[in-house]
Structure formats: structure tokens, C-alpha cells
Design a binder for this molecule. Structure first.
Ligand code: AMP
Ligand code: GLY
Length: 425
């Protein structure tokens, strides 16, 4: 088979790696890809939002299956464009991807179908939002831009003043662009966060193994929110009992609700969950693999992922038995110092060769490029160094040892990825 992957980050590198393990795959293309993906796939200089150019490429290169990694093209309807042209593509169409594309939609869906989530109100008018904050809200409170905002459109406000500033930032200054034309204000929940990615064909849903992200930039969960600074899998807090509850009350009801709304969802649903004192609740849905959750989940997955993609497309996911390795995995993101604000790019990365003959340590590229025959930094999140180990402690030790192999001038990373596992014991 010839496969095309759409995207350019660490998630897409992990996808390319996993797809390359399939004996059914003869050639992988990635648009636009990055310097690491280039070792597994032929990178094609077409951007993820150029749907017609991507579809033309898929036709002219006889691509058998296209896999969409990123949220923007999914929400923008890339799957609809491919399907209209009779191309096989893995991911939800626009009608289904709205599950991630609009927080107001997803909150209303959960309310309508009784899926546990935080209490909320939706606002189109900033004055009404402020009135609600003054008259009804309890603090802390959470403000969310309705649309896609690179995972950054969420503000947790401790006081009324902060929350009023937040309304201004989202709805009037439009810091997150059009994503902020509408806003959700919701109850602040406490508890441990877990990410559960799942495959669904619109009818059956198969959860993958759990993972936990670290969203803040600094050690001890300090500093600004980022796309994710590191992950571990599995989460020791996500017990079998909790998993059974989630399957019955959250996962299957979500798939059934989408089908009932005439928006059958085929692809990945990523459940961002909070394990609250009142039980698991949904923080958010995403319509694609997490980044860097994919980097720890895919290295543990035993199935041929191409079989699973096809089973989702053909609505026969009930035939698949998903299996994950017993070993745990930890991914530490090596970032450019200054991320998520401003940082220098174009710095040479040394030490990547070491990974080429490792079987349990991986380096997934996120923001890298070629320059004068060398691999240089080209983004805030640069690499996701991932390692397996017999348990989470071993995986963590292996991942940090592997991080030491890599060197670039403004290398920055968190030192406490996976530290939470100590509290589980
Ligand atoms: P989201 O993009 O919706 O996942 O939100 C980003 C982060 O904000 C989450 O990972 C949580 O850490 C935090 N967050 C979002 N919603 C809430 C909430 N209702 N209560 C507490 N924290 C939240
Ligand atoms: N790591 C969180 C996300 O991919 O949205």
C-alpha cells in the first residue's frame, strides 16, 4: 500500500513510524512532514490546509489510504474533499470533527445525552458573559474560546476581575482569533487528568491504553500552557474500574450520540478526562491523536495500525482486538528555550544518530528542518524523546538518559515528566 500522512509534528512522526512497521505498507508520503519524518517517508511540500492539492497528489500518486494527523484540516473538512473524490481517508468528516471544533457543540451534546462533564453556560455576547460572572459564577472559573486555539484557548480565573479580563481577551481582543467569537464558561473541576485515545467506526469504540500529558511549560506544573511538554503511558490512576465506567457512561454514549445526531464519527476520539471526586468527567474532546500522547501510545501498540484504520473506515472495528505492550512508555519533549512565547530557531541538533539502532528509545521530530545538510531546530517543540521500560520508573529513567544524548543550543525540557507516578504508590 501507499500511504499519505497529513501533518508535520511529533504525532505525525510517531504515526509514520507505526505505519512503517506494517508489512502491508510499501511507501509512505508525508505532507508537509519534517526532517525526522523524512527518514521514513517522502516529504511532499504541500501544506495541510491545501485540500485540493493534497487530493490531487493522492490521485496522481495512487495513494491507497490518507491519514490525517492534525485538527485544523479535519475541522476544515479535508475528509469531505477526499471522500467526494472517491479517495480512502482516515479521520472524521467536518460534521463529526465539530466535536473538537466547537466547545459549545460538544458541551451541548454532553448535556443532551447525560455524559458527565462540568456545568457550563455558552455566550455570544461579552456583556452577558460579564453579567453572568458578576451575578452567578463561583470562583475559580474556567473560560474557553469556542473554536480551535492550538490548545491554548482556556483560561482558569481565580477572581471576578481576572475573569472579566479573560472575557475581554477572548471575545473582544480576540487573542485566539475567531475561535473567541463565542465562549463557554464552565465550572472548575479538580482531580487527576487522563487522556484516553480511542478508535471508532461510528458504531464500535475501542479505547487505546491511557496516557497523561503535562501541559504547563515549567517543572511542578508552573508557567504557561503549551501544546504538551511530555507524556507517560499507562496512567496508574486510570484503574480498570474507572475504565469500565468510562466505557459505559462516556465513550460508547459519545459515539452513539454523534450517530444519533446524524454525525457518525469515524476516526480517533481523544477523551480529555478529569478524575474528579464525583467520578470521571469530560474536560474536552479532540478528533485526532494527541501530541505528545501519540508518541507514548503508538510505541506500545501491538496491532498493525493500517488494519485498524481500514476497519474504522469499513465499519468493522468489532473484528479488531486492540493490544498494547506491557512495558510502559515516557516521552519528554525537548523544546526551544522561550517556548511557548518567542525562541530562536535554526540551531544545529547533535546526537540524533544514537537513536538509529535503538529498539526501545525513539526520537520523534516535532519542529526540525534541514539546513546545509544538517538538522536544525525550527519550532518551539523540537523533539519528543520516548523510551520504553519494564515499568513507568524504568521508562522514565530511560527517557531522561536518552535526552542526554541530544544537544542543541537552547535545549529546554521539564525534569518531572512522569513524576506523578510516585504518588500512585
Ligand atoms: P482543554 O483544552 O479543554 O483540555 O483545557 C486545557 C487544560 O485546562 C486542561 O487540560 C485542564 O488542565 C484545564 N481545564 C480545562 N477545563 C477545566 C475545568 N473545567 N476545570 C479545571 N481545569 C480545566
Ligand atoms: N496533548 C494534547 C493535545 O494533543 O491536544
Amino acid at each position: 500500500m501507499k500511504i499519505l500522512i497529513v501533518g508535520s509534528g511529533g504525532r505525525e512522526h510517531a504515526l509514520a513510524w507505526k505505519i512503517s512497521q506494517s508489512p502491508r505498507v510499501e511507501k509512505i508520503y508525508c505532507a508537509p512532514g519534517n526532517a525526522g519524518i523524512a527518514s521514513l517517508a517522502e516529504c511532499v511540500p504541500i501544506r495541510a490546509m491545501e485540500f485540493d492539492a493534497l487530493a490531487e497528489f493522492a490521485i496522481s500518486h495512487q495513494i491507497d489510504l490518507t491519514v490525517i494527523g492534525m485538527d485544523d484540516p479535519l475541522v476544515g473538512g479535508i475528509v469531505d474533499v477526499f471522500e467526494e473524490k472517491g479517495l480512502r481517508v482516515f479521520g472524521p468528516n467536518a460534521a463529526a470533527a465539530v466535536l473538537e471544533g466547537s466547545k459549545a457543540f460538544s458541551k451541548d451534546l454532553m448535556k443532551k445525552y447525560g455524559i458527565p462533564t462540568a456545568q457550563y453556560e455558552t455566550f455570544d455576547d461579552p456583556q452577558e458573559a460579564v453579567r453572568y460572572l458578576e451575578e452567578t459564577a463561583k470562583f475559580p472559573i474556567v473560560l474557553k474560546a469556542d473554536g480551535l486555539a492550538l490548545g491554548k484557548g482556556v483560561l482558569i480565573c481565580q477572581t471576578l476581575e481576572e475573569a472579566k479580563d479573560g472575557v475581554r481577551t477572548i471575545m473582544q481582543d480576540k487573542k485566539f482569533g475567531d475561535a473567541g467569537s463565542r465562549m463557554v464558561i464552565e465550572e472548575f473541576m479538580t482531580g487527576r487528568e487522563v487522556s484516553v485515545l480511542s478508535f471508532t467506526d461510528g458504531r464500535t469504540i475501542l479505547p487505546m491504553t491511557s496516557a497523561q500529558d503535562h501541559k504547563r511549560a515549567g517543572d511542578g506544573d508552573t508557567g504557561l500552557n503549551t501544546g504538551g511538554m511530555g507524556t507517560f503511558s499507562p496512567s496508574p490512576f486510570y484503574t480498570e474500574e474507572i475504565a469500565a465506567f468510562c466505557q459505559e457512561k462516556i465513550f460508547q454514549p459519545t459515539v452513539d450520540a454523534m450517530a444519533n445526531e446524524g454525525r457518525p464519527f469515524k476516526g480517533i476520539i481523544f477523551f480529555g478526562l478529569m478524575l474528579t471526586p464525583d467520578g470521571p468527567k469530560v474536560l474536552e474532546y479532540n478528533a485526532r491523536f494527541g501530541d505528545p500522547e501519540a508518541q507514548v501510545v503508538l510505541v506500545r501498540m501491538e496491532n498493525d495500525i493500517v488494519d485498524v484504520f481500514e476497519a474504522c473506515i469499513d465499519t468493522r472495528l468489532d473484528e479488531i482486538d486492540l493490544k498494547f505492550r506491557k512495558e510502559a512508555a515516557v516521552c519528554v519533549v525537548l523544546a526551544s528555550d522561550g517556548y511557548p512565547l518567542s525562541y530562536e530557531k535554526g540551531l544545529e541538533i547533535r546526537g540524533l544518530e544514537w537513536f538509529s539502532d535503538q529498539t526501545d528509545s525513539f526520537v520523534f521530530h516535532a519542529g526540525t528542518a534541514f539546513r546545509d545538510g544538517k538538522i536544525v531546530t525550527s519550532g518551539g517543540r523540537v523533539l519528543g524523546v520516548t523510551a520504553l521500560g519494564k515499568d513507568l520508573h524504568a521508562a522514565r529513567e530511560n527517557a531522561y538518559k536518552a535526552c542526554d544524548r541530544i544537544d542543541f543550543d537552547n535545549k529546554y525540557y521539564r525534569h518531572d515528566i512522569g513524576k506523578a507516578i510516585d504518588e500512585a504508590e
